[in-house]
Design a protein around this ligand. Structure first.
Ligand code: ZN
Length: 105
């Protein structure tokens, strides 16, 4: 996931990832970071001595039966992070959506 994206034909990093617009050096580029994470569970505090270890072992056991894809999906359900490069126009559009607290179409 941390590998470099080889798709950039023009100099990488100055292309808006939403509209594909090239942003010249003298114009402002915006970086968007998105983090989706599960709310922390109080569950961990409740586990008595050895409880956490047992829970961990159960989790590892469960993961043995999962495909790589399933493991990846399970990890994404706990924590996902993305970075986007945006032009001024898309930044403004996003700004309006966020102000209205609308994320999904
Ligand atoms: Zn854009």
């Amino acid at each position: 996931m941390n590998g470099k994206d080889p798709s950039g034909e023009t100099a990488p990093g100055r292309t808006c990832e939403q509209c594909g617009q090239w942003v010249p050096e003298d114009e402002v580029l915006y970086e968007l970071r998105v983090v989706i994470r599960a709310e922390p569970h109080a569950k961990v505090e409740e586990t008595g001595p050895g409880g956490l270890q047992e829970e961990w072992e159960a989790l590892v056991d469960k993961m043995k039966d999962m495909s790589d894809e399933e493991v990846s999906e399970a990890a994404d359900q706990v924590y996902e992070e993305y970075g986007f490069v945006l032009c001024a126009v898309c930044r403004k559009e996003l700004h309006h959506r966020l102000k209205r607290r609308i994320l999904l179409p």
